[in-house]
Design a protein around this ligand. Structure first.
Ligand code: CAA
Length: 287
């Protein structure tokens, strides 16, 4: 495994997180192969990345030639086999253990023995994902934050059997993407979500306890605690389903009542109020 000479990165799953990671990687000069399950989803990711890069051009943060060069470094596919040449593959698929384990086992048969396999999981165990492979030393966590192109942090997560080279590759790539890196071990929620998930759950409980509206709670936390966006806006951005799932995963591991998703959020998830991506969560969104 090499840290400095890597040129080709695979990103599996091009939803909000994966497309953000792919965008960062093409901007940083990597050739990127993005994999989605359907061509429509892959095309939507290309459009999304093109849109955000064009916005940077419009705002003078990127020149047109650099934007076009970045877009040309992105290839999308529905075929996992096309990741063959990738020296690092970052997985950002659905937050469920079994699909991730199946993907890692399949990736191992596709990429070179020296390639590093990273997961962007936010609350699952990297060790349990790595255990689905024959060579768990090459598996590492690279946890980006939403929205990936804007949030500076990447947690580089060392699982039980992760090799030093895999950790160093993940750190080197994250730094080339312009990120601030914190290295940590594979504990439930790592660093940020261990703190943030129960805190956001407390915020939702306060809605009913203090009988305030989402807007009033957000106003309070922005102006009284200096949060850049209020907790309800943040949960809408992350996705109610993603947050509930992460809460359940932490609760299963740590059994602290604050980790359990508040019933109000579970009801929202069940009703399909999934936040910004579906046009409605705590708030309504146009378009
Ligand atoms: N991808 C790429 N580019 C994006 C983007 C995205 N998803 N979203 C916005 N942008 C671009 C847009 O082009 C935007 O400009 P326009 O609206 O003019 O097109 C530009 O970035 C700037 O956006 P904003 O003006 O909205 O930026 P801001 O200064 O208001 O900051 C923020 C936005 C960084 C998101 C800030 O509000 C913030 O820090 N919020 C907190 C976010 C947070 O806590 N995230 C962590 C979530 S928890 C998590 O991710 C863990 C997990 O595992 C689930």
């Amino acid at each position: 495994m090499s840290t400095g000479t890597l040129d080709r990165i695979g990103v599996v799953g091009l939803g909000a997180m994966g497309s953000g990671i792919a965008q960062l990687a093409v901007e940083a000069g990597y050739e990127v192969v993005g994999r989605e399950v359907t061509t429509d989803l892959a095309d939507a990711a290309v459009a999304r990345i093109g849109h955000f890069l064009s916005r940077k051009v419009e705002k003078g943060a990127l020149d047109q030639a650099a934007r076009d060069a970045a877009v040309s470094r992105l290839t999308v596919t529905t075929d996992v086999g096309r990741l063959e040449q990738c020296e690092l593959v970052i997985e950002a698929i659905v937050e469920e253990l079994e699909p991730k384990r199946e993907l890692f086992a399949a990736l191992e048969d596709v990429v070179a023995p020296t390639a590093v396999l990273a997961t962007n999981t936010s609350a699952l165990s990297v060790t349990e994902i790595a255990a689905a492979t024959r060579a768990p030393g090459r598996v590492v966590g690279m946890h980006f934050f939403n929205p990936a192109p804007l949030m500076p942090l990447v947690e580089v997560v060392r699982a039980e059997l992760t090799a030093d080279e895999a950790v160093e590759t993940a750190v080197a790539v994250a730094e080339r993407l312009g990120k601030v890196v914190v290295r940590c071990h594979d504990t439930p929620g790592f660093v940020v979500n261990r703190v943030l998930i129960p805190l956001l759950n407390d915020c939702v409980r306060v809605l009913d306890e203090a009988r305030v509206t989402p807007d009033a709670l957000d106003t309070a936390m922005r102006n009284g605690a200096g949060w850049p966006m209020g907790p309800c806006t943040l949960i809408d951005l992350v996705g109610i389903d993603v947050h509930v799932h992460a809460s359940e995963a932490l609760y299963e591991k740590l059994r602290e009542p604050r980790m359990a998703p508040p019933p109000r959020l579970v009801a929202m998830r069940n009703a399909g109020l999934l936040g910004r991506k579906r046009g409605r969560g705590f708030y309504r969104y146009d378009g």
